[in-house]
Write a protein that binds this ligand. Structure first.
Ligand code: NAD
Ligand code: ISE
Length: 333
């Protein structure tokens, strides 16, 4: 069976997902697209796909079995609620939504529907390196995990479009989610420390150091920067009672020349996580074809949203900020 999907938002990641859905993956066809920039929608639409003037028309169309949301974060809530009302499986790029109240509203809608329809785009959970790291931790040969170090460095961000708060409420969501998943635990408290500013972009509070306190007592130390210049550098290292497990440097050709011995660094998230995005969609296509979702849920998007909110409060207060979650609905167990 071929899953017929509609894509909302065809900017950078929307176009990259359309490429993988049309050129790499099977049992799926992009039959519709929509973007507030209609010209962009026309040029990104694959052959034969219909361009809808509004996301609502795309969501309600009988052509579309399932929806992929790649619009800006603040637009996600309305589009998610419409997908749930239409009873259509939906893959939503991170962040799930941008406020706690919005996260609770989409959660309530899905819980009232009675089963999961929404999968959130936390692609690190589908990355082979992270999956091996989780298997080592769960195998328990290193004993209990005590501390995790997550390094999240971006070469640059579009000036003007990316503001300081986004380090904490947009970029940090990946580190929050992968820490919860690796440690199988919830974040209870958040601290933020801001070091001396990088001279690369003086308009941004960059870099930042975030400390996540987990309910088990484990600590997660996250380094985020969005102007590191040299490339997209993602690292992870779990310190356990009897040893340490780290993500490998990505396998790459080793170049030896007059400058020394070196490996290339990915340019951006598209290159570093190319296989993870492919795999997250492979698994989504199977689940959505059966009317549901798999992997990161609205609950996980809610937890990440609360972490971002607490981090923003922690920057202002300079103190440790608590996270308080609602009771977990059964559909997320
Ligand atoms: P982008 O600005 O390149 O593209 C966003 C597109 O959405 C634009 O074409 C814009 O016109 C369209 N759009 C915005 N609001 C809309 C609305 N209400 N209805 C229809 N279209 C709308 O941004 P991007 O980098 O492609 O990011 C899109 C989303 O994907 C964001 O939520 C971002 O956080 C997420 N993202 C995730 C990853 C990841 O690694 N998982 C990487 C990059 C971006
Ligand atoms: C971007 O939106 C992503 O989601 C990338 O995975 C992340 O590394 C980057 O910092 C974000 O801006």
């Amino acid at each position: 069976m071929t899953l017929k999907v509609g894509v909302i938002g065809v900017g950078m990641i929307g176009q990259d997902h359309i490429r993988r859905l049309t050129e790499v993956l099977s049992n799926v066809q992009v039959v519709a697209v929509s973007d507030i920039d209609n010209e962009r929608a026309q040029s990104a639409a694959p052959n034969g796909a219909k361009v809808f003037d509004t996301p609502s028309e795309l969501i309600r169309s009988e052509l579309v079995d399932a929806v992929i949301i790649c619009s800006w974060g603040p637009a996600h809530e309305e589009q998610l609620l419409e997908c749930i009302a239409a009873k259509k499986p939906v893959f939503c790029e991170k962040p799930l939504v941008t406020t706690e109240a919005a996260a609770l509203r989409v959660m309530e809608a899905e819980v009232s529907f009675g089963q999961r329809l929404v999968q959130v785009g936390f692609m690190r959970r589908f990355d082979a390196d992270y999956r091996r790291l989780k298997a080592v931790i769960e195998g328990n040969s290193l004993g209990a995990p005590l501390m995790y170090r997550s390094v999240h460095r971006n070469p640059s961000v579009p000036e003007g479009l990316y503001i300081s708060d986004m380090l904490l409420n947009d970029t940090l969501v990946h580190d929050a989610d992968i820490s919860r998943w690796l440690l199988d635990d919830e974040i209870t408290d958040v601290e933020v420390r801001v070091p001396r500013q990088s001279s690369h972009n003086k308009n941004l509070r960059d870099p930042v150091l975030v400390l996540l306190h987990m309910s088990s007592g484990a600590l997660v130390n996250v380094e985020i920067s969005v102007n590191i210049n040299y490339g997209y550098d993602i690292r992870g290292e779990m310190s356990c009672e009897k040893g340490v497990a780290s993500l490998p440097n990505r396998p790459a050709t080793v170049i030896s020349d007059v400058h020394g011995i070196r490996q290339a660094i990915p340019e951006d998230w598209r290159e570093r996580f190319i296989e993870a995005y492919d795999q997250e969609f492979r698994e989504w296509i199977v689940a959505a074809s059966q009317g549901g979702a798999t992997g990161p849920s609205i609950w996980d998007g809610y937890a990440a949203t609360l972490t971002g909110d607490a981090a923003l409060r922690a920057v202002d207060s300079g103190s440790i900020e608590k996270i308080s979650m609602c009771e977990k609905p059964k559909i997320y167990n």
